[in-house]
Design a protein around this ligand. Structure first.
Ligand code: PLP
Length: 373
């Protein structure tokens, strides 16, 4: 039998759309001994994680937990637990992840009304209101930070629109949680999900989720149980916050990591962390513009602080630059998706990766690779 070489992945500076650099304290947490999913110590750590998740989501919701899986598991658990076949969902889609929410809900037998805009634009409450008035949906789904375009959706007023029409507001905050204000209670969000590997500084594998009391009522009022088992938030809540009945073997390793990542967020302070992401993003934006590059989202107030989309200049081989950044500098950045494929680079300054030194290194590498003065 062939014995392969010892594991030796390259050191990469992860400045793409995720995963992001993992904080050293989280790396140490990952090395702690594995324990059982019903061990009293793990239950205690789950309780602490719940409290930390409430702080980070800025919510008093009772239901706050982390689904085992990546951000997509968060999306699937929320849509699949709140909606049943025949329900109507209005999806605001101005990018890849908005489109995906619509596609996923459609697969679940949900009737989807899609409101679309150009990739890079955001929705006004009036636009959402008009779409909802005609459709009478059970829920409205929107992406807060659209990682495919770099656009940050303003959230003020959307909760009012949803609740005036007796609909739930579902928000994807995978790329914003821990990197930009996510104010679940203040915004009137009924369901939010995120991922551990973007601005929370953890490896992929855990998807934080929270549901408002209204969302829980809607879940309880379903005419049949959720289609799936693994991502059923009703069952998961029993394990995380109820009778602790066995549901699945949660990874203690990933719980340690998430708890440590969240502890780091709370230690730094949410406001200070948002400010750090914003300051480093502004430095990146100024630097890219000084190199003569054009940002895809013109209005700085509409840009995601943790994910920047920048146009590939004419005559430059998009993939070659990305490849050389990786091979010569050890830096990973992302390519464009959908209509922006080949047209933009996506640069992430997420969580532990949002540092001044990283901005300077990337800008210097681009000066070299793009042969800028
Ligand atoms: C990354 C991302 C997802 C999906 O998360 P995975 O961890 O890749 O499953 C969903 N929505 C948005 C906005 C994202 O950026």
């Amino acid at each position: 039998m062939k014995v392969f070489d010892e594991l030796n992945p390259p050191a990469r500076l992860l400045l793409g759309p995720g995963p992001s650099p993992v904080h050293p304290r989280v790396m140490r947490a990952l090395a702690a001994p594995v324990i059982g999913h019903l061990d009293p110590e793990l239950i205690r750590l789950l309780d602490e994680t719940r409290g930390l998740l409430r702080d980070v989501f800025r919510t008093s919701n009772d239901l706050a937990l982390a689904v085992s899986g990546t951000g997509m598991a968060g999306m699937e658990s929320v849509l699949g637990s709140l909606l049943e076949p025949g329900d109507r969902l209005v999806v605001c889609a101005a990018g890849f992840f908005g489109q995906r929410m619509g596609e996923l809900a459609g697969r679940m037998g949900v009737a989807v009304t899609k409101v679309e805009k150009e990739w890079g634009e955001v929705f006004t409450p009036e636009e959402v209101d008009t779409a909802v008035a005609g459709a009478k949906p059970k829920a409205i789904a929107i992406v807060h930070a659209e990682t495919s375009t770099g656009a940050l959706q303003p959230m003020d007023g959307l909760g009012d629109v949803a609740h005036r029409h007796d609909a739930l507001l579902i928000v994807d905050c995978v790329t914003s949680l821990g990197g930009a204000p996510v104010l679940v209670d203040q915004w009137g969000v009924d369901a939010a999900y995120s991922g551990s590997q973007k601005c929370l500084g953890c490896p992929p594998g855990m998807a934080p989720v929270t549901l408002s009391p209204r969302a829980r009522q809607a879940m309880a009022a379903r005419s049949r149980p959720a289609h799936g088992w693994y991502l059923d938030l009703d069952l998961l809540e029993r394990y995380w916050g109820g009778d602790r009945a066995y549901h699945h073997t949660i990874s203690s390793t990933l719980v340690y990591a998430l708890r440590e990542g969240l502890r780091l967020v709370v230690e730094e302070g949410l406001e200070a962390r948002w400010e750090r992401h914003r300051t480093n993003a502004e430095m990146l934006w100024d630097g890219l513009e000084a190199l003569g590059l054009v940002l895809h989202v013109p209005d700085p107030e509409r840009r995601i602080p943790s994910l920047t989309t920048v146009h590939v200049p004419d005559g430059v081989d998009e993939a070659e630059v990305r490849g050389r950044l990786r091979d010569e500098y050890g830096i990973e950045i992302g390519a464009g998706l959908g209509p922006l494929k080949g047209k933009v680079w996506r640069i992430g300054l997420m969580g532990h990766g949002s540092q001044k030194a990283n901005v300077i290194l990337l800008l210097a590498a681009l000066v070299d690779l793009l042969k800028r003065p």
